[in-house]
Design a protein around this ligand. Structure first.
Ligand code: MLT
Length: 202
């Protein structure tokens, strides 16, 4: 997969896995990683599918309607890519924190939904429930931060409420930060994510 790897100053910090939104690329979230943990190594990945020329992490049939078969295929593909990258770049595969926005948050949530150990934790900006009606792996103690907008037309409130509930059912520790905004990624939610991260990982 197209990506950027940046080695951090401190190899004991988590590896930050950056996953952009629809139409973005691997450069988009680099400033976020710098804010969350300037000492951490970063693996920023570009989604492998295109929608009218816009990179995405999996195909969708319509706005908010996911192509489940492709979602499953792409989730496996991304997980394998993290596995091989850990060997190539010598980072700890068991110490990976995802930071995703929108479509990138959805594939990060899908990693959590399909694999017990894909992620040590996740910061999900404006996510949705990636799949419904499946059994989730045991995520006992996995910390997840969700930032959502109360007026988000793309990711309705109920999506974040349901996602929190589904993850908590299998033991994840989920914190939701509500912004009085829409789908945009705000500075104040990034600050809140930073506080959450520092409390848990520093
Ligand atoms: C998705 O397709 O993943 C969501 O609708 C969010 C987005 O527009 O990327």
């Amino acid at each position: 997969m197209k990506h950027i790897f940046k080695e951090g100053q401190n190899p004991n910090r988590p590896l930050l896995l950056l996953l952009h939104g629809t139409g973005g690329d691997e450069n988009d979230l680099l400033p976020l990683a710098e804010m969350i943990d300037p000492e951490a190594s970063v693996l920023s990945v570009r989604g492998n599918t295109l929608e009218n020329g816009m990179p995405r992490f999996f195909r969708r049939l319509a706005e908010g309607v996911f192509d489940e078969e492709d979602l499953i295929f792409r989730t496996n593909e991304l997980n394998e890519f993290i596995n091989t990258s850990a060997k190539e770049y010598h980072f700890d595969r068991n110490n990976v924190i995802a930071i995703g926005y929108s479509n990138g948050a959805n594939i990060a949530a899908s990693l959590l939904f399909h694999f017990k150990d894909a992620l040590k934790g996740a910061i999900l900006h404006h996510p949705m429930v990636p799949r419904r009606g499946i059994e989730l792996p045991n995520l006992e103690g996995t910390p997840v931060f969700i930032a959502a907008g109360v007026n988000d037309p793309i990711c309705p409130q109920q999506e974040s409420i349901d996602l929190k509930e589904l993850l908590e059912t299998v033991g994840a520790q989920v914190e939701v930060r509500w912004e009085n905004r829409g789908h945009q990624l705000t500075m104040s939610e990034v600050q809140a994510a930073k506080q959450w991260y520092e409390h848990l990982f520093e």
